[in-house]
Design a protein around this ligand. Structure first.
Ligand code: ACO
Length: 432
């Protein structure tokens, strides 16, 4: 980041002029630095939902929303998805550089060593109701890790490396156990001879009567899908993770909150909502693609076209482009013919040709095609956002660490503009 003394922004309030510094990022992003605004003027900025607020400087992820590009630590998402494993990218995000051969082997070994859950945690899954959503189980189990590994709470600085490792490794075990709980099947323990993603697939699909063997094409596709979701700078869930961490709460607690934030259908939960939307079109002969488009455009209807639109992208989400290719690769490889893919493509074409979507720069986002891929692999719809959480975990961790170690670190605490009643007295009759 370069800091300019000139140019500055000039702000005139009540006839008085204030100069505000302009800061510039390495890729030309510019921001008015308002840190001293309240102190100097007594005023605060008003930006509900933070669409115009830069909450930090960061060197992790760069998005160019106009061009539709995405980089992690300077590497393009296309290169990373093509040439790396998910673990390479997790290492890159957390450490800032790609691992060499030795670091890669060590990291992989650590993932194996820490993949099991404490046996007592296994019993917790039995206590959830049969229809518990796996995102609720995931969030609860992640924060529960802090009770089994209390050193993160007692001594956060010394135990951070092991905590990061435990989280990255155990999240797939928790996710797979949650799935087995929903199925009513016996849990499958992690295996030391399988890679990160192969291990997850094995824990999901191996049963005593189905000697499942992870398919290398599906393992690569899963690695790619998780890479696409690994970070996305100051998105809703990452901001939540950092807000919780800014109070000094431990990493498990912060990540658990991030899982909850991701669950919402406007965020990571959109991958589930997309499939449910496509299924409703398929199952209801009176519901056409055009009717769904019309509903999405209707301002009196809260319905939105799920998997479309993004706060930052004004063009096609680069992750959606890759996800679409992965979806085709998986379906071709498995010989799967899914009518939902046809409907998705019809819906995409209809939306892209519609002036409403064109004028608002609404394009498919990452969630539009990832669900179709997960479905083709055999992952049930309510597990899609859990897969997103596994993918996003390295990003959450990297963002949390950057916040904790940064010089700008203060507790997250926005101001407000109070618009409620003037001070009033309690009614005497009410008190009695
Ligand atoms: N369908 C219909 N209209 C939409 C959609 C959509 N999917 N997305 C945005 N719009 C419209 C809004 O109604 C608004 O119209 P207006 O200017 O006439 O009022 C305009 O486009 C701008 O939308 P905002 O809501 O202001 O955009 P915001 O940045 O706040 O929201 C969001 C972004 C939440 C992603 C939104 O596009 C949306 O709801 N999309 C559907 C849910 C979804 O796919 N979420 C996943 C996002 S990617 C991720 O989180 C991993």
């Amino acid at each position: 980041m370069t800091e300019h003394t000139n140019p500055t922004a000039k702000l005139e309030i009540d006839g008085k002029t204030y100069e505000l510094p302009i800061i510039e990022g390495t890729q030309g992003d510019r921001a008015i630095d308002v840190r001293a605004l309240r102190q100097n003027t007594g005023l605060v900025t008003y930006d509900p939902s933070y669409g115009n607020t830069g909450s930090c400087t960061s060197n992790i992820t760069y998005i160019n929303g106009d061009k539709g590009t995405l980089w992690y630590r300077g590497y393009s998402i296309d290169d990373l998805a093509e040439h790396c494993t998910f673990l390479d990218v997790a290492y890159l995000l957390v450490h800032g550089f790609l691992p060499n051969r030795k670091e890669r082997a060590n990291f992989s070994q650590l993932m194996n060593t820490h993949s099991m859950l404490h046996e007592d945690m296994r019993h917790f899954f039995n206590l959830f109701p049969e229809h518990a959503h796996p995102m609720a189980m995931l969030s609860a189990m992640v924060v529960t890790l802090s009770t089994f590994y209390p050193e993160m709470v007692a001594n956060p600085d010394e135990s951070i490396d092991i905590t990061v490792t435990r989280l990255l490794s155990k999240i797939r075990t928790i996710a797979a156990f949650a799935y087995k709980k929903m199925k009513g099947h016996p849990i499958v323990y992690p295996r030391k001879d399988l890679s990160y993603c192969a291990n997850f697939l094995n824990m999901m699909f191996w049963t005593p009567v189905n000697d499942y063997k992870p398919d290398p094409v599906i393992v690569k596709a899963l690695n790619q899908l998780l890479i696409l979701q690994a970070d996305h700078e100051q998105n809703c869930s990452s901001t939540v993770v950092k807000a919780v961490g800014s109070s000094g709460a431990n990493l498990y607690a912060s990540i658990s909150a991030g899982v909850s934030a991701l669950w919402g259908p406007l965020h990571g939960g959109a991958n589930q909502a997309v499939i449910e939307m496509l299924e409703s079109i398929l199952s209801d002969p009176t519901l056409t693609v055009q009717k769904v488009i019309e509903r999405a455009k209707d301002k009196d209807d809260p319905f939105r076209l799920f998997g479309f639109g993004h706060r930052v992208y004004r063009t096609y989400d680069p992750r959606a482009k890759i996800a679409k290719k992965i979806c085709h690769t998986i379906m071709t490889h498995l010989g799967v013919k899914d009518s939902l893919l046809d409907i998705a493509q019809e819906l995409e074409a209809a939306a892209l040709a519609d002036p409403y979507f064109q004028q608002r720069h609404l394009y498919p986002n990452v969630d539009f095609y990832t669900g179709l891929s997960y479905r083709a692999i055999g992952i049930p719809t309510n597990m899609f956002t859990v897969l997103f959480a596994i993918g996003r975990l390295p990003g959450w961790i990297a963002q949390w660490l950057e916040m904790r170690d940064g010089t700008e670190h203060r507790i997250y605490r926005p101001r407000q503009i109070y618009v409620g009643p003037d001070q009033r007295k309690l009614d005497k009759n009410w008190i009695q």
